[in-house]
Design a protein around this ligand. Sequence first.
Ligand SMILES: NC(=O)CC(=O)C(=O)O
Length: 279
Amino acid sequence: MSRKLCLGVIQMAVDEQKANALKKAVSNIDYLSTKGANVVVLPEMFNCPYETLRFPDYAETAGGTSYQTMAEAAKRNGIYIIAGSMPEREGTKIYNTSFIFGPDGNCLGRHRKMHLFDIDIQNGQYFMESETLTPGNDVTVVDTEFGKIGVALCYDVRFPELARLMTEQGAKLLIYPAAFNMTTGPMHWELLLRSRAVDQQVFTVGCAPARQYDSSYISYGNSMIVSPWGDIMGRLNDEEGYLLGEIDFEEVAHVRTQLPVITQLRKDLYELKLLKESL
Ligand SMILES: NC(=O)CC(=O)C(=O)O
């Protein structure tokens, strides 16, 4: 019998001063830990403006200041931290990376955004992450005392294949640190998080920065937690704030027993294959 998990979701505004962003993230983490959170999630690029040309300036190697600050916060509070994402430098490459820390402060896993956000919408949002970023190649599922958690980033939520691969690896909660915008957010954010929850029969979580109208990329906000039935368990608006939600992993089995789409997959007719284990 698994224990219920108390999930904390932090929707914070971006601060261009990295030291301030880290301070704000830590004080929110500490606060949610006092409220009982076992797992705390931060938004995509929580320590950096969401602008491709600034990623190189803000990038750090794994083990850098931002990484250490998150590891220490996890250990001090004895909780799991899904550290949103940050620009990660390795050699000449920069990735959009989410580091995941356990209650002992050790890094349990790392997700490098697999699908880069390269879009150009008429009269709407333009963004080209590939101008400065390299995509990751690995599916990320980490084991916790509560059960397995899958982590992917923002645009990754649009790819049901990745959600299915995480689910096939046993994830019952899919966490997406993200930063949808004012073009795609109103159209697709809720739809995608609820779709991934329903098609994989898992909990899904989207954690976004708060909306700032004076920034070059305006986040939609609306961080939310969705149940395996597709119900919205908690949702913020556009301002800074947090969500606390109870995640009962037993609920996944409960839903799948009543509506057994996962076991009804026609694997005799089609399959989804991971072609490369790791690059
Ligand atoms: N910012 C993203 O990666 C994705 C996004 O905003 C969208 O898919 O829309």
